[in-house]
Ligand binder design. Structure first.
Ligand SMILES: NC(=O)c1ccc[n+]([C@@H]2O[C@H](COP(=O)([O-])OP(=O)(O)OC[C@H]3O[C@@H](n4cnc5c(N)ncnc54)[C@H](OP(=O)(O)O)[C@@H]3O)[C@@H](O)[C@H]2O)c1
Length: 288
């Protein structure tokens, strides 16, 4: 069976493991509109036509722009599309990222997401921890999760997830609400979440790595390039295929503003990395 046909549970749905991350559709610095709106809309429509059924977004991309593009390109949505958004931050007038963590902030963020996406209920809402904007940092999320659980009980959210969190925060969160997915930084060279991925796999909870290709500066590694050449694939495709082979609970949301890169990324779901090449790739992260 090809990897492309494999799915995993995300909220109420089984989604193909290769999804799409919409953050790159906003302007430079994830701020303001895209340079080429028609191209952004095309990427979204191509993704759906090619079978993507998991789109990751947030109302703080742009802000508002990414959600508005998704609505413009895809509404009314396919019945089996899972749109995952996140709350917990806002942007200032210069594009800076600020925590927005009060119950009122979270309620406003959910309402903004609903309006800008044109939805009556959000499939999955990730609470993005902002104790440290760049990396997971300990701190209670109880009040924020209770606020989101209340919005779920009001029927505005179906499922709650977490982003930029520690393993302890996941355990603590599960005392308040079921957690549908965890979205943290993880890729071939950033492997701090190895134990958390395995722990979530046992619980059958999706792990969704952000920056799967390295983020704003895509991964550059000689051994990755050599493996890619030997497999007749691009380095980005190998980086994605490696994640798919890492654990069955990993769902991918590579970001791109390019129709061509989108197709390359989707094709990575067909790539099977042989054992020897896998071992070489595994050593890249282990050496960090
Ligand atoms: N929870 C969080 O805190 C958080 C943080 C960051 C991101 N995210 C989510 O994670 C998703 C993925 O992260 P990301 O988009 O920032 O980073 P990424 O997927 O690791 O990489 C995106 C970068 O790779 C380039 N790229 C994509 N496909 C390529 C290909 N086939 N060949 C060469 N270059 C390629 C893109 O440029 P082009 O546009 O030119 O293709 C872009 O510069 C985001 O869309 C967002 O939804 C979440």
């Amino acid at each position: 069976m090809s990897t492309a046909t494999l799915t995993y549970q995300l909220g109420d749905r089984q989604v193909p493991r290769m999804g799409y991350g919409a953050m790159q559709l906003a302007g430079k610095g994830v701020f303001g509109p895209p340079a080429d709106e028609a191209r952004a809309l095309q990427v979204l429509r191509d993704a759906i036509e090619s079978g993507v059924r998991h789109i990751d977004t947030s109302d703080f991309y742009g802000p508002h722009i990414t959600n508005q593009l998704i609505k413009k390109a895809l509404h009314p949505y396919p019945h089996d599309l899972c749109i995952v958004t996140k709350v917990g931050a806002v942007r200032n007038s210069k594009g800076g990222w600020l925590p927005a963590f009060s119950a009122e902030d979270l309620t406003r963020a959910v309402e903004d997401n609903l309006r800008n996406l044109g939805l009556e209920v959000l499939d999955v809402v990730n609470l993005r921890s902002m104790y440290d904007v760049h990396q997971p940092a300990e701190g209670t999320l109880d009040e924020q999760l209770e606020a989101l659980a209340a919005l779920r009980d009001k029927g505005l959210i179906r499922h709650i997830g977490l982003s930029n969190v520690t393993a302890k925060q996941v355990v603590d969160a599960q005392k308040i609400t079921p957690i549908a997915c965890v979205q943290n930084l993880y890729n071939l060279v950033n492997r701090k979440d190895e134990a958390l991925i395995d722990q979530l796999a046992v619980q059958e909870i999706a792990y969704v790595p952000f920056f799967p290709l390295g983020g704003f500066t895509p991964l550059q590694n000689n051994r990755l390039n050599e493996v890619a050449q030997s497999l007749g694939a691009t380095s980005m495709q190998v980086a994605l295929a490696w994640l798919l082979q890492r654990s069955p609970n990993i769902l991918l949301i590579p970001g791109t503003s390019s129709p061509q890169h989108l197709q390359e990324n989707l094709a990575a779901a067909e790539l099977k990395i042989p054992a020897e090449a896998l071992e070489t790739l595994n050593q890249i992260g282990a050496a960090q």
